[in-house]
Design a protein around this ligand. Structure first.
Ligand SMILES: *[C@@H]1O[C@H](CO)[C@@H](O)[C@H](O)[C@H]1NC(C)=O
Ligand SMILES: *[C@@H]1O[C@H](CO)[C@@H](O)[C@H](O)[C@H]1NC(C)=O
Ligand SMILES: *[C@@H]1O[C@H](CO)[C@@H](O)[C@H](O)[C@H]1NC(C)=O
Ligand SMILES: *[C@@H]1O[C@H](CO)[C@@H](O)[C@H](O)[C@H]1NC(C)=O
Ligand SMILES: *[C@@H]1O[C@H](CO)[C@@H](O)[C@H](O)[C@H]1NC(C)=O
Ligand SMILES: *[C@@H]1O[C@H](CO)[C@@H](O)[C@H](O)[C@H]1NC(C)=O
Ligand SMILES: *[C@@H]1O[C@H](CO)[C@@H](O)[C@H](O)[C@H]1NC(C)=O
Length: 910
């Protein structure tokens, strides 16, 4: 819902020397001593300050015509190294924006992206996708953005220019539009500029521009010129102005640049523009009184909310209750596996009642599982009863605000069934808003359910500002001005209209409707708006007339003439994408087909399309294309859960995880089998004596073997338990003649009789034609074997003086789908998925961990809901992944008995 755009610029390099076939080449972190280990050649230092890549130009150019923002980001760099190197280009853009164009200029040649159907692109470039040659991808980034990354190999002493374009409709929130640009050039840039040109026909009411990174000395460099309808903003610090201190190389530019503004609202009907056969209507009438509201807060107090989340919710609720207007009516429903209410019926928000409710809020304690269905039903009942008994004002707006951090797992727990129940019960008579707290929440469920009931879902991120986020959301919906807003245009003159009925209009927001005119030469028509306001109906009529931009503003190239059409296309696609999730099967099919067609026609990278860019050929022959996708809500959630703070070299992980499951073993040792298709995961532990060697992956056809040997604690923990962990892995690729031994101390690579050693204490990479190893100092090793597999080994460093624990390793499969169907082993047997069904969920020993019955591989097992940690992105703390835990060493899930996987040697197959 945020009207903002954001850009992060980062040009960096991993300095990999040009490669010759079959050779092992090592590059090292400059900070490590340059000891030579005989068999390896130390070719060059890895540069950490990008000194060999000069970014000489960064330009962000944003043009806004009537809230429609068109942003072009251009960045150029010169490879000053004596050899070719891989250059990365990263941009953060708002998740509400669509990429519309991308191109690279390399050695006089331009490589331009083409928007293609996502599925087709995937198939067409299967090989490129599977071998990890695609480097262009989009990941979730922070709360409001997604990150676009590409990398390309640039020859010595040549230039590269990247140009990325994205578009979006800025949304008014709390009375303003916001444009946010994230800039992190990481070095001084000869030519740096951010320029924005805004044209708003209604006139600009106020405009501010500032950067959160800009120290006071740079502030005067932000120039803005605002005339009645136009604004020009620029920020162009020179090289010297960018410097952290005179003579030093550090840059001051690192942070966010904001432009915030609002427009005048002289006409109560709003602003209607007809341009080139399309019209757009912006509706946000000024000075309306608020309409009283009936609101029921439905608050999750289940066990998972315990601690900080519940505290923050309570804090937020105390403020929110305070902000209720006296003529509002409210109710509070608390739920876990059971439901309780503060008062049975809606209560007028008088000072006394509010302060009583606040006391009630303070007493909430966490407890039990999550029964969302009954809780929402209770809230609906309260509102319906309030209305029936004429207890609440007749002209009032009714809403339910649900706050939860979990998935329904008590009472009705089938997601479609809950959605159906809620839709039926609300019956269009009230709006549902859902606040999903944290990363474990089933956000898609909430998103769909709130949209089905004319509201919206918002994600609340865990963090110290969660209270502020909750209050901020409430503030947006706190003041309804109108309800049942119906915007009407002449039927016979307009088609392909976007949504024109809104349940309510809130203070500080804006309704936007766009459509296509059937008569291209039409230059005026009648617009009517009907709604229910405070105490009386709201009816306005107005005449819209066409505007000839070319004639009015011939010199203003930035008022791009087709913006109404693109704005209409943008809105229409957003609505179709939403319908894909909320409609019935036929509507979904139709919406998908239409959204795809329009995405292709208007060249928008949406969740249905991909941007495909052909890369230049390298010494090694043609490379696979770059493929950039837009994240779907599910993918975003996954990415959110894992975070994006993983090392750069792991940036390919996400393209792969979508096509193949990520299976891993880590900890003492717990195995995790992720099943993206079922959107779920399975986990189990294997306990045996220290020193046991287990087979993890074995594919005879592909010639791949991975074994792992366990180590124990130095001595038993105080509770007497000796945990085991993996301490040594053996990896063999027969075809490539590669053999790797990874211990907690070092990594030994053997190929064709040559041997090389890498140490965990160095950041280093070792790249050959068939193999790529990358070590991130003391944390991870990524192994890519050409046309076959990609693994990551995580090193867990334990404090040396720890009384009983010692260093250990985790093993993660990033890409395995090229392995043969006969791949086996403790992890390998799940690489091609596994079918299972879970039923009969029931309370387990611990309230948050219910038991259930699982049907898998023809057996019925009792399993327990729990979570295990994935350390790929956060080696210290890990990320919790919910999974079904299979007891007794995975018995029943794994083929055979776990002892069947014990091997006689690290490189043995028996
Ligand atoms: C995309 O960018 C390329 C290179 O800058 C340009 O030639 C092309 O016209 C652009 N395409 C669109 C649809 O704007
Ligand atoms: C790279 O671009 C800069 C700036 O346009 C230009 O001065 C320089 O000659 C170019 N260098 C090469 C090697 O093309
Ligand atoms: C709407 O918000 C503006 C400020 O954004 C405020 O001045 C005005 O009083 C609000 N109106 C109502 C009815 O709450
Ligand atoms: C709320 O407060 C008002 C006055 O303080 C009182 O008349 C009313 O009964 C209270 N309770 C409800 C349920 O409205
Ligand atoms: C919604 O309100 C209408 C009009 O008040 C009423 O006829 C209808 O039964 C209500 N829907 C439900 C599901 O209660
Ligand atoms: C779906 O599209 C078909 C063919 O265009 C049309 O006949 C049908 O009415 C559409 N269905 C819905 C639910 O829009
Ligand atoms: C697995 O095999 C071992 C050794 O053969 C045996 O002791 C154990 O009972 C077996 N476990 C199961 C669950 O079958």
């Amino acid at each position: 819902m945020s009207g903002l755009w954001t850009v992060l610029l980062f040009l960096g390099c991993v300095c990999l020397p040009a490669l010759s076939h079959g050779a092992l080449v090592i590059s090292r972190d400059a900070s490590t001593p340059q000891g030579s280990d005989g068999a390896t050649r130390l070719l060059k230092k890895r540069s950490t300050d990008n000194a060999e890549l000069e970014v000489y130009s960064v330009k962000v150019d944003c043009k806004v015509a009537s809230r429609f923002a068109h942003t072009v980001i251009t960045s150029s760099a010169l490879n000053k190294a004596k050899s070719s190197q891989e250059v990365f280009f990263e941009v953060d853009l708002p998740k509400t924006a669509f990429i519309t164009n991308f191109s690279m200029e390399i050695e006089g040649q331009t490589y331009t992206g083409e928007v293609k159907e996502k599925e087709k692109a995937k198939k067409q470039y299967q090989k490129a996708v599977s071998t990890g040659q695609t480097a262009g991808l989009v990941k979730a980034s922070g709360r409001k953005m997604e990150k676009f990354t590409v990398s390309v190999n640039i020859a010595a002493n040549s230039n590269v220019t990247f140009i990325l374009t994205h578009e979006e409709l800025l949304q008014r929130k709390l009375g303003q539009y916001e444009i946010m640009t994230r800039v992190k050039p990481k070095q001084l840039v000869q030519h740096f500029e951010i320029v924005a040109d805004i044209y708003e026909p209604q006139g600009i009411a106020f405009l501010e521009a500032y950067g959160t990174f800009i120290s006071n000395e740079l502030l005067p460099l932000v120039e803005k010129t605002v005339t009645d309808k136009k604004a020009h903003i620029s920020f162009c610090p020179t090289l010297d102005q960018q410097r952290k201190c005179p003579g030093c190389d550090g840059t001051l530019i690192d942070g966010d640049f904001f432009i915030k503004y609002d427009v005048n609202r002289a006409e109560i009907i709003g602003d209607i523009q007809i341009v080139n056969g399309y019209f757009v209507h912006f509706f946000a009438p000024p000075d309306l009184p608020r309409v009283p509201k009936n609101v029921v807060f439905v608050i999750d107090r289940s066990g998972s909310m315990s601690g900080i989340k519940l505290e923050q919710t309570k804090q937020a609720m105390l403020t929110i209750l305070n902000d209720l207007a006296e003529d509002d009516y409210f109710g509070i429903v608390l739920f876990d596996s059971s439901i309780s209410t503060w008062k049975e019926s809606l209560t007028k928000a008088t000072k006394e009642n509010v302060s009583e409710a606040q006391k009630f809020i303070q007493r909430i304690i966490d407890y039990g599982t999550t029964n969302i269905n009954d809780a929402v039903m209770k809230a609906v009942d309260m509102i319906m009863k309030g209305k029936r008994d004429k207890n609440v004002p007749e002209r009032s707006v009714s809403m339910v605000i649900l706050m939860t951090d979990g998935m329904p797992n008590s009472g009705e727990s089938s997601v479609p069934q809950i959605q159906e129940n809620v839709l039926l019960a609300m019956g269009g008579n009230m709006t549902l808003f859902c606040l999903g707290f944290g990363d474990d929440v089933d956000y898609s469920f909430l998103d769909v359910m709130s949209r089905q009931n004319k509201g919206l879902a918002r994600r609340i991120y865990e963090g110290s500002d969660a209270t502020v986020q909750l209050q901020g959301f409430y503030e947006e919906v706190a003041s309804p001005l109108l309800s049942e807003v119906d915007l009407r245009y002449p039927d016979n003159l307009v088609n392909s209209l976007t949504t024109s009925h809104y349940k309510q209009l809130f203070n500080g927001s804006e309704i936007v409707v766009a459509g296509r005119l059937t008569d291209y030469s039409l230059d005026n028509f009648l617009v009517e708006v009907f709604a229910q306001g405070f105490e009386e109906d709201f009816i306005v009529k107005g005449q819209a007339s066409a505007q000839e931009w070319d004639i009015l503003y011939p010199e203003q190239e930035y008022i791009f003439g087709d913006y109404t059409e693109r704005l209409w296309a943008y809105l229409t696609i957003q609505e179709l994408l939403s319908k894909r999730e909320t409609g019935n099967a036929e509507e979904k099919g139709n919406a998908t087909a239409q959204a795809l067609e329009m995405s292709l026609q208007y060249s928008f990278v949406t969740p249905l399309t991909s941007m495909v860019v052909t890369k230049p050929e390298t010494d090694e022959g043609p490379e696979g294309p770059l493929i950039a996708d837009k994240l779907t809500e599910d993918e975003r959630q996954k990415a959110q859960r894992f975070g994006n703070y993983g090392p750069q070299l792991m940036s390919n992980a996400w393209t792969h995880s979508r096509t193949s499951p990520i299976n891993f073993v880590d900890g003492d040792p717990h195995f995790m089998i992720e099943l993206p298709e079922q959107e779920d995961a399975l986990c189990f532990n294997i306990d045996d004596k220290p020193g046991t060697i287990f087979n993890l992956v074995r594919d005879q056809l592909a010639g791949i073997l991975v074994n792992g040997q366990t180590i124990g604690d130095k001595k038993g923990a105080p509770d007497g338990k000796v945990n085991t962990y993996f301490g040594r892995f053996g990896i063999v690729h027969q075809g490539l003649g590669v053999r790797l031994e990874v211990t907690t101390h070092d990594i030994t690579v053997s190929q064709d009789g040559k041997q090389a050693k890498l140490f965990w204490s160095d950041t280093a990479s070792l790249k050959g034609a068939n193999m790529d190893l990358q070590v991130t100092k003391d944390s991870s090793l990524t192994v890519t074997l050409r046309d076959s597999v990609r693994f990551v080994v995580i090193l867990h460093k334990v404090w040396k003086q720890h009384p009983y624990h010692q260093d250990y390793l985790g093993f993660y499969t990033l890409d395995s789908h090229l392995l043969s169907p006969s791949v086996h082993g403790l992890l390998g047997q799940f690489y091609h998925g596994v079918q299972f069904e879970v039923r009969d969920m029931r309370p387990g020993e611990v309230p948050e961990k219910p038991d259930a019955t699982m049907l898998v591989k023809g057996q019925e097992l009792t399993v327990t809901r729990g979570w295990q940690r994935d350390f790929r992105w956060d080696v210290k703390n890990g990320e919790n992944i919910p999974c079904w835990f299979i007891h007794s060493n995975g018995n029943g899930l794994i083929d055979g008995n776990h002892t069947d996987y014990i091997m006689s040697g690290l490189f043995m197959t028996v």
